[in-house]
Design a protein around this ligand. Structure first.
Ligand code: ADP
Length: 319
């Protein structure tokens, strides 16, 4: 049922969803939308529906028709939108996928002024997210959620995460690292360190960890990044490594390998990690073990990489 809160736990994903245009320059452009945390919210809602999971997306939009159109589409996916702020005069961010004659794609972004960046641009405690913090069981955010916020917004999000952890709620950090969204690597490293220390669960892509800390793209660089990730202080660490087995490390235990699903042909890896996160967290919030959750994540992601685009048709979801 669209946008109807389920009776189960409540998870909030926070971040930015942008408008998407795709096609040939001055040709016909197709309109869509996307963003890492929104993709995860869609997969959370789909995977968690049978357990009554309530999924919220927290972001800011404008008061324009495109923003209204986004809200309606999220609601149709079963995502609750009561934590979305509408900021008069602001607009959602936009990206354009330029497709050339050979089908190669280039991404262009207009997101510096996007409404989502201003989510916390109001007095402390004034956002619906802060006001409803006591009813939230889990908060999901990514390195991109951090990158788009100004330093003051990042500090507010850290304070909220701390508050949630203090009352036993989960804080899940996904290490999506996009260098061009950051002023420099040191700023990103500081923000990622703050949130990996605050998180109860870290979902890490090994490639992003290597890129963030400047580990060489060699087997030795990957081994360094892996050792550092597994040593993070949080109770639950999941390391995604493309087609290589996923590693799950719980507090005080040795890491466990969870195999990925072999696929005949990878079509598009967009949202592989986002879908993994959706299936993983839906399983965990329904009481499943971390290894069962990683298996569910690998299964869904293996389907997603065989489809073009971020969000697969509902009928392609695993049963
Ligand atoms: P991200 O999308 O976060 O960069 P990865 O590339 O590590 O992360 O992929 C996330 C998940 O997608 C993996 O853990 C795995 O489940 C799945 N996946 C990615 N590539 C493949 C592949 N070639 N074959 C099967 N599964 C894959």
């Amino acid at each position: 049922m669209a946008g109807t809160p389920g009776p189960g736990p409540r998870i909030v994903a926070i971040g930015e969803c942008m408008l998407e245009l795709q096609g040939q320059p001055f040709g016909t452009l197709q309109q869509g939308y996307g963003g890492d945390t929104l993709n995860t919210a869609v997969y959370l809602a789909r995977c968690g529906a049978r357990h009554g999971l309530r999924v919220d997306y927290a972001t800011a939009l404008g008061d324009d028709g495109l923003s209204t159109g986004l809200l309606q589409r999220w609601q149709a996916e079963g995502i609750a939108t009561g934590l979305v702020r509408r900021l008069p005069g602001k607009l959602p961010g936009l990206y354009l996928i330029e497709v050339d004659a050979h089908g190669e794609r280039r991404f262009h972004y207009w997101r510096e002024q996007a409404a989502a960046r201003a989510y916390f641009d109001t007095a402390e405690g004034d956002t619906p997210l802060e006001q409803q913090a006591n009813s939230i069981d889990a908060l999901y955010l990514s390195g991109i959620s951090l990158a788009i916020l100004p330093p003051a917004g990042r500090a507010r999000l850290a304070a909220l995460a701390q508050r949630l952890r203090a009352r036993g709620a989960a804080v899940v950090f996904d290490n999506n690292y996009r260098p061009r969204l950051w002023a420099d690597a040191a700023t990103a490293q500081a923000a990622f360190s703050t949130f990996t220390a605050l998180a109860s669960t870290v979902l890490a892509t090994l490639d992003d960890e290597q890129l963030l800390w400047g580990d060489p793209a060699t087997p030795e660089g990957a081994a360094n990044a892996l050792a550092r990730t597994l040593a993070l202080p949080c109770g639950e660490v999941v390391v995604k490594r493309g087609a290589a087995p996923t590693l799950v490390r719980l507090q005080g235990q040795a890491p466990v390998e969870v195999p990925t699903v072999t696929v005949p042909k990878v079509v598009d890896t967009t949202a592989a990690g986002d879908s993994f996160a959706g299936a993983y967290l839906a399983t965990r919030l329904a009481g499943g073990s971390a290894t069962a959750a990683a298996a569910a994540g690998n299964q869904l992601a293996s389907i997603v990489v065989q489809h073009r685009g971020a969000v697969i048709p509902p009928e392609a979801m695993p049963r």
